[in-house]
Each structure stands twice: as C-alpha cells, then as structure tokens.
Write a protein that binds this ligand. Structure first.
Ligand SMILES: [Zn+2]
Length: 374
C-alpha cells in the first residue's frame, strides 16, 4: 500500500504544472508541501521547513505518504497553487529563480504563503505606494563602517535620496530612478541582506551598499525601487508592454571578479583590480566596495568594431597572471589577465555575450558619452 501511494505521488510529478518547483522554477522538484499542495525543490523545501505554521514538507521519494495527503496533492498541485497564491503579483515584483540568493527566495515564499501578499493587494502598500521612507545601514565611503541613514523614495520626483542626519534638510545624495539599479550582493557586502544600489552621476557609475536587519524590509525596498522604475519606464515608453519593461527594472551583473590590467601605454605594469561587467559597462575598482570606479569601458557590438580575443599580444611586457584577454575597441586595446583558466573562460563568455548582441539605438548614445569623456 505504501508503495502504491508513493507511486501515486510520483505520478503527480508528471503533470505539466508540477514539472518545476512551485517557488523558484527549478526543474524536477521531488519535495512537496503537503499542507499547501505544491511540489518544490530541495532548496525551497528548506525554506518551507522554517514556516511550519503554514507549510509541512515531505520528500516525494523518501518519506511515507498517507492516503489523505496523496489525495490532497492530487486535488491541488502547482497550477492550482499559482492561481490561489499568485493571483495578484504586481508586474514589477521580483520573482526569484533557483540561482537567486536565499533572501530573495525566502521572502518570496513568505510573501506568498505566510503573509498572503498576492491575494490581499492592500498588503503590497510597502512597495506599491510610490513613496517609501525608512532607515537603512549604509556603508561609509571612507571608513567602511555601516551607519544608519534615512532613505526616501519618491516616484513623483523620480528619485531616491538619503540623508546623513534624520533632521537634515538637504540630502547627501539624490539618485535618479531613471539611472538606478539594485542587486543583492550578500557575499561581496558580507551581510545576507546586502543590497548594492548603483546610479549614474555625470555618466559615471556610483555605488552604495546598504542592508536592513529585517529581510522583509530590504526586499520591500528592492521591490519599491523596481516599482518606481516600472512606473518611470511606463511613462518613458508609452507603447511598451509589461513583458518589455519588466526585464529593465533591475539587473544582475554579467560577471564580477578580480583581473589584472595594464594602462593605456601598456608599459605601466599589471595591477590587480576588481572588475564588474554591468550590461555593456565594464568597470574596475581598486576595492570591490569602492563608491566609484577607477575606470569604465563601454563594450559595443562586433558590427561597431568591438572584439574580444583570447590571450595577449606577444609584445606584452611585465609580469602578469597567465590567462590573458584582449578587448579591442575602436579607440584602443585593453589587456587583461586572469588567474585561472576557468576565470578567463567565464570572462570571455560574459564579454562575448555583449559583443555578439547588436547595439540598440540608445546604446549608441551611451557609447558616444564614453567617447567624449576626457
Ligand atoms: Zn525551488
């Protein structure tokens, strides 16, 4: 009997809706929440386990199943749960995938099943009201210490500001929603809720690093920023569909890590720098948590004269890491060196991704800005 029940649950996995984790979309889930009626991956099952008042989990393959549990799973399942728990997810709300950090996945699961935010839209106020104010721990530019700072997001003004004192009249910085990006960077920032916010000032990238002790708060901030970007883009591109705009709300970096680089004369000697590939912007920093880049390179497309080459020119001087990359732009060559072959391959792949992609009209405008830089 136990065997038959297990077989019956396994058969439910064949239903199309159950072929992917109900929460992160990972293929072939083999765990289940038998109180919510969803099939989930091992990783998401660990998050469900921490919300026992809402969800109780079992392995499809390893645990014993009772008849009533099998029937419950059969009459529910991932498609039904999506209809029930995700009926009112705002289009800008970030839906995590299996490659996202623990925090984003956990808050998505809690928002869905524990707080029922997507069945009760009034609970979405913290990120959909168009205004948000609160304190965040912000990393100091000079000493690296995290200090509490007041942040104010105003969709109407199209800006995110922060203040060095709660009673300060003038903000320390005004970040335009138009040029803003936010990405969770727990490892780099050294906090599981660490969020990197970037914005453009005089066409150069500025970084700030923040966190909030409460996971819900920082993820609400993240979604409030995405909501503000969404509404900004809706006005800027009136004919665009949600599907066109949603991928533009925030972006993760194509690749980050250390490489060595030499200067424009290519005789300066190689220096180790932290590189970030943010869409077509390759930036380098002395320290991964620097407020601004030492340099930024625009990487266009093959048709516009950009190429990425394996290795360094034979004439390259100076001591450097063994695995070279040459980036050719219409203006000059950039010589880079990676410590390992796998790093070199990963960087080449990131560079080729943008070089192989034709440039959009607005990207020509960005490229022109770079060319006119002193
Ligand atoms: Zn999952």
């Amino acid at each position: 009997m136990a065997k038959e029940r297990r077989r019956a649950v396994l058969e439910l996995l064949q239903r199309p809706g159950n072929a992917r984790c109900a929460d992160c979309g990972a293929p072939d889930p083999d765990w289940a929440s038998y109180t919510l009626g969803v099939f989930i991956c091992l990783s998401c099952s660990g998050i469900h386990r921490n919300i026992p008042q809402v969800s109780k989990v079992k392995s499809v393959r390893l645990d014993a199943w009772e008849e009533a549990q099998v029937e419950f799973m059969a009459s529910h399942g991932n498609d039904a749960a999506r209809d029930a728990y995700e009926s009112k997810v705002p289009p800008f709300y970030y839906r995590p995938t299996s490659s996202d950090c623990q925090l984003l996945r956990e808050q998505w699961i809690r928002a869905k099943y524990e707080r029922l935010e997507f069945t009760h839209p009034e609970k979405q106020e913290p990120y959909s009201a168009g205004y948000r104010e609160g304190s965040l721990w912000k990393r100091g530019r000079d000493n690296g210490q995290f200090l509490s700072r007041k942040f104010v997001l105003t969709e109407r003004e199209g800006s995110l500001k922060y203040f060095n004192r709660n009673d300060a009249k003038e903000p320390k910085a005004v970040m335009k929603i138009e040029h803003l990006n936010a990405t969770f960077q727990p490892a780099k920032i050294g906090h599981p809720h660490g969020l990197q916010i970037t914005y453009l000032k005089d066409n150069s990238t500025r970084n700030i690093f923040v966190y909030h002790e409460d996971g819900k708060e920082i993820v609400d901030w993240f979604n409030a920023l995405r909501a503000a970007r969404f509404h900004y883009l809706q006005v800027a591109f009136p004919g665009a569909s949600d599907a066109d705009l949603v991928p533009k709300l925030s972006r993760n970096y194509l690749k980050e890590g250390y490489m060595e680089k030499t200067g424009p004369k290519q005789t300066e000697g190689f220096r180790k720098r932290w590189f970030t590939m943010d869409d077509r912007r390759l930036m380098y920093f002395k320290d991964p948590l620097d407020a601004f880049a030492r340099g930024e390179v625009f990487i266009g497309s093959r048709e516009s004269g950009y190429t990425v080459l394996d290795g360094l020119p034979p004439s390259t001087q100076g001591h450097h890491w063994p695995h070279g990359i040459t980036i050719v732009t219409p203006e000059r060559r950039f010589l880079l060196a990676c410590e390992t072959e796998s790093e070199q391959r990963a960087w080449m792949e990131a560079f080729r991704k943008v070089v192989d992609r034709p440039m959009l009209p607005q990207e020509y405008a960005v490229e022109a800005h770079f060319k006119h830089k002193p």
